[in-house]
Design a protein around this ligand. Sequence first.
Ligand code: GSH
Length: 221
Amino acid sequence: MSATLHSIAGSRSFRVNWMLNELGEAVTITPYAIMDGSLQNPEFKAKSPARRVPALEIDGRVLYESGAIVQYLCETRDGHGLMPAIDNVERADWLQWLHYAETMGAGIQNLNMQHLFLPKDWMKSPTVMGIETKRLAIALKAVETTLTDGRAHLLASGFSAADVMMGFTLESARRYVAFENSPLTAAYLDRLKTRDAYKAAEAAEGPQQFYTQDFYDLPEG
Ligand SMILES: N[C@@H](CCC(=O)N[C@@H](CS)C(=O)NCC(=O)O)C(=O)O
């Protein structure tokens, strides 16, 4: 039976969608929208206690944390090369990138709230926007630094699930932090987006629902 991915286009569910495509595993997408209340419907609440996406029905259970799902897929599927073995020197780096994606994801989520979802200007805080943008820029430096040795992906050995977790994150981060001073990161993201599995995941979920602008500047003042 194929997996069912409860998803909002352009959300963290993209990581899972992309990952399943890298594995060549069939998935049916059940779409939701970010602001229409669909995440509150009782059937979905029973699958995702925090009422968030992704939630993935797979192997007779439901999982609802993107990094855990990506790791679970690596650990339960064979022959993919997307996770270094437990005794491989790169395993700790791989795990760190998997979770670092959520260090950045939390900041992006705060910026999304400020820039996209708070309906009135008086609700927004330019101070929070400024601090979160700066913190995101600082967190991004780790990617640029890692790529300075000429590697094409986060692990020197090649593409892995760490790139899936971080690739989606970078595609969101670039809305708030310009990559013009991070040329290696910009080229890395472009490279990831040429992957067949990335393009297949994009086509399957349709246009992202979050951003109406390519880039969001900080408010003046
Ligand atoms: N750490 C969780 C975060 C999940 C999450 O916050 N998803 C967002 C979309 S990217 C969501 O469903 N937001 C809806 C809401 O907060 O109401 C993960 O990585 O799966």
